[in-house]
Design a protein around this ligand. Structure first.
Ligand code: SF4
Ligand code: SF4
Length: 321
């Protein structure tokens, strides 16, 4: 369902669980073993623990150390076993060190996450981590008093690495708010196992039914830049202009690019809709008789429509000015 580097996740729910927990929740898409202090735990001991595991989920190890050498040893181990390696800078942030370590770790071929508090994550650091090939920012939002989704949107709008959002999640809606702002994965710290398994299944079902589990809102409703997939042609003043500025795209480029990306796909049809083709049409959750009729005519389901919009958003945001 979701690919991050060499990891294939069955669903976008991650469980952050203490190192040496032998029985983490099975249904999660990712199980991340947490708190591995490589100043105290040897790579051999870590490897012995990992040898005993028999889990179907993708696995990750979240490490920290005062020295680079054990971190690089762990990176090679993670790469060999196709595990996620996470550099945990949420315990203590050392300015400059993440950017020193990321290229060294990426040279080991490791899929890499950086765990960090939002207050340590400057725009420059987001841009630099993307340049250096970081696969995932694991954003610890647990102290943000409900403003976490806005911080997720900030990273998405900068087109930074993929995002794993660590938040207190008690119900489906809590996870959905983070996903709708662009989080690729929601992580839960030592959750109730029954709830974690239920949530993993619920998000997977939601994706199967809707076609886009973390679909954005319309930009004029506060959505992130992926919402450009639902925007109409920029004719009258509205928030689309500001979103295009963030991407560095002119309104003319936007129109040409959307038309070009729709070519040969069902989105180029849409007789009777506001702008004559579905590429300009709104999110499926906005009821619209005109779009429904146009989709019925070409036998396009709501799920297929949203899958096409998801692909469209990905292609639109590959734009380099
Ligand atoms: S172009 Fe349409 S959907 Fe996009 S922000 Fe403007 S009014 Fe909203
Ligand atoms: S036809 Fe309906 S879905 Fe399409 S742009 Fe107009 S209002 Fe939106």
């Amino acid at each position: 369902m979701l690919k991050i580097g060499y990891l294939d996740l069955d669903n976008p729910i991650a469980i952050v669980t203490p190192y040496q927990n032998p029985n983490p929740e099975e249904a999660a898409g990712l199980v991340l073993f947490d708190g591995i202090d490589l100043d105290r735990i040897s790579i051999d001991d870590l490897e012995s623990f990992l040898d005993e595991l028999h889990l179907s989920a993708a696995l990750g190890i979240s490490v920290y150390s005062s020295e680079d050498r054990p971190i690089l040893d762990a990176a090679r181990l993670a790469s060999k076993r196709l595990y996620l390696l996470e550099l945990d800078f949420s315990r203590s942030f050392e300015k400059g060190r993440p950017l020193d370590l990321i290229p060294k770790i990426k040279k080991c071929g490791t899929t890499l996450s950086l765990r960090i508090h939002p207050e340590d994550l400057t725009n420059d650091l987001i841009n630099a981590t993307k340049r250096e090939g970081l696969d995932l920012i694991h954003l610890d939002l647990q102290r943000q008093n409900g403003t976490g989704s806005k911080l997720v949107k900030k990273i998405v709008d900068l087109r930074g690495p993929k995002i794993m959002a660590l938040e207190t999640v008690d119900k489906f809606e809590d996870a959905n708010i983070l996903l709708a702002m662009g989080a690729d994965i929601v992580s839960l710290h030592s959750p109730d196992p029954e709830f974690a398994n239920w949530l993993a299944g619920a998000v997977k079902d939601y994706d199967r039914i809707t076609g886009w589990y973390n679909a954005p809102k319309h930009i004029c409703s506060g959505g992130d830049i992926r919402g450009l997939a639902f925007c109409c042609p920029p004719i009258k003043r509205c928030p689309v202009f500001n979103a295009l500025k963030k991407v560095g795209m002119t309104p003319d480029d936007f129109v040409q690019r959307k038309v070009m990306l729709a070519k040969g796909t069902p989105l180029e049809h849409g007789e009777g809709t506001c702008f004559g083709n579905l590429v300009w049409c709104c999110k499926i959750t906005k009821p619209c008789y005109l779009r429904e009729v146009a989709m019925e005519r070409i036998k396009l389901s709501g799920k297929e429509y949203m899958e096409l919009k998801r692909k469209l958003a990905e292609e639109l945001l590959k734009y380099e000015s």
